[in-house]
Design a protein around this ligand. Structure first.
Ligand SMILES: NC(=O)c1ccc[n+]([C@@H]2O[C@H](COP(=O)([O-])OP(=O)(O)OC[C@H]3O[C@@H](n4cnc5c(N)ncnc54)[C@H](O)[C@@H]3O)[C@@H](O)[C@H]2O)c1
Ligand SMILES: *[C@@H]1O[C@H](CO)[C@@H](O)[C@H](O)[C@H]1NC(C)=O
Length: 416
């Protein structure tokens, strides 16, 4: 209530004409309560996020329902978790644009700059009419309320604690979002009738220390190199369990280093750009014995297309109300670009686009979660999803840099 600049006392003479005298204290208490009531019900600003509101609020209900409206009967109705994250914001906007009903949920945690999440919401979601619930996926009352209001056909589950190095700083956050949160969501989804189909983000990091390339879905995934990877691998096993016991249709997508406009500031292409522009020295990792570090960089639009077609090709869940009625679809699919690029090449593309020579120092990659090399075999994605990535790193980075200069350049001029 800090931002309410008024005092209760000033209503005294207009609101209350005494025929008999109340004790002073009771009078002030009454006036104060009236004031609080007034402020609470009439002055709370309309907002497209609703922290802890919503359990008894018909305006909120209507916003959720409105956002879930489809353009035609054949469109899907999708709950997108992690909707103000990098992939979530793009995916939710894209679903809404093609006519699907979309409701987002995000807890706006401060793992990285919260303003960036809010700006994604403003520019990608509000603009397209996607309502976002400000809540944690561990919040059972809110989830139950939302699933009670809207009959979702699909859940696109992208909320997670991402990043491999931060797991050594805050291991708990990985367990809370990637394990507890996922189980909580599946527990609620499995007991619905009808059950929605689930599409969710796993990660290429499950391939861990594997050296056989390209990485195929059939390869072993039992040597994770980070707690992040371990929670994603655990998620795949948990997903299998819910598919097996409850008949949930579940598709896990193993994303390979996604990049692009509105991207994540904790990723190398992003902070290299920032540091190169600030003339700061950047650290280039190399593997043992000067081995090149390389990534299969995948452009955001390609990933979004993969997510949408995973939704479109997902079969219906077979269970209802917590009971399995038959075998349900279970898929795990790589979404990559199939052309790994070395960090050196990444930097030289950025230098060209930014027209600044980078100051570099080469350091041995610390053994804290990163793997030296990723390369996706996407033949399954091609077959199952008709997935065909079309953006190479140079083209994609050009779009990223344009966005970056716009966003952070414009920032100095305006005030946000
Ligand atoms: N970006 C990549 O390169 C990449 C690669 C592999 C896998 N993934 C996976 O893809 C998904 C999306 O990644 P991203 O790059 O968009 O990350 P992101 O961090 O930008 O987005 C995740 C969003 O989820 C929200 N969130 C986190 N925990 C939550 C919780 N408990 N309740 C509600 N909201 C919560 C965050 O606030 C954030 O906005 C994640 O599951 C990530 O692990 C991403
Ligand atoms: C890619 O994976 C498919 C199975 O999905 C497999 O048949 C093929 O041999 C793999 N290709 C390579 C180059 O490993």
């Amino acid at each position: 209530m800090n931002d309410i600049p008024s005092t209760p006392g000033k209503f005294k003479s207009t609101l209350y004409t005494p025929r008999f005298r109340f004790p002073r204290v009771t009078l002030y208490t009454l006036l104060f309560l009236t004031f609080v009531f007034f402020i609470h019900f009439f002055l709370s600003p309309p907002s497209t996020t609703a922290p802890r509101r919503g359990l008894r609020d018909s305006g909120w209900d209507n916003q959720v329902k409105g956002s879930a409206k489809t353009r035609s009967r054949d469109n899907h109705v999708v709950l997108v978790t992690g909707a103000c994250g990098f992939v979530g914001a793009h995916a939710a906007a894209s679903l809404k644009k093609r006519g699907d009903g979309v409701v987002g949920i995000d807890n706006f945690n401060n793992y990285y700059d919260v303003r960036l999440k809010k700006m994604r919401k403003l520019h990608l979601l509000d603009k397209n009419g996607v309502f976002v619930i400000d809540a944690d996926i561990n919040d059972v009352p809110i989830l139950k309320k939302v699933f009670g209001l809207v009959r979702f056909t699909h859940v696109l589950h992208l909320a997670a604690q991402a990043g491999v190095r931060y797991a050594m700083v805050n291991p708990d956050s990985y367990i809370k979002s990637n394990i507890d949160g996922f189980v909580n969501l599946l527990e609620i989804v499995k007991s619905l009738n009808p059950q929605p189909a689930v599409v969710w983000a796993s990660s290429s990091s499950v391939y861990g220390l594997n050296t056989k390339v390209p990485f195929s879905e059939k390869d072993r995934t039992d040597q994770p190199a980070s707690l992040y990877a371990a929670t994603k691998k655990a998620g795949e096993e948990i997903a299998h369990t819910y598919n097996h016991i409850y008949g949930l249709s579940i598709t896990g997508l193993r994303f390979f280093t996604v990049y692009g406009p509105w991207g994540r500031p904790d990723m190398a292409y992003f902070f290299f750009t920032k540091d190169i522009l600030k003339r700061r020295t950047i650290s280039i990792f190399e593997g043992p014995e000067h081995a090149t570090v390389a990534r299969d960089f995948t452009y955001i639009d390609d990933i979004v297309k993969g997510c949408l077609s995973a939704i479109d090709t997902a079969k219906k869940s077979t269970g209802s109300g917590g009971k399995k009625k038959g075998e349900a679809q279970f898929r795990i699919i790589n979404l990559g670009n199939t052309s790994p690029v070395s960090v050196n090449k990444l930097v030289s593309i950025l230098e060209k686009l930014l027209k600044v020579k980078a100051k570099k120092k080469v350091v041995l990659m610390p053994r804290n979660g990163d793997v030296p090399f990723t390369h996706a075999n996407i033949s399954l994605a091609r077959k199952e999803l008709g997935y065909r990535p079309t953006t190479d790193l140079e083209t994609g980075l050009k779009k990223f840099v344009k966005w970056y200069l716009d966003y952070y350049g414009g920032k100095k001029k305006s005030s946000y």
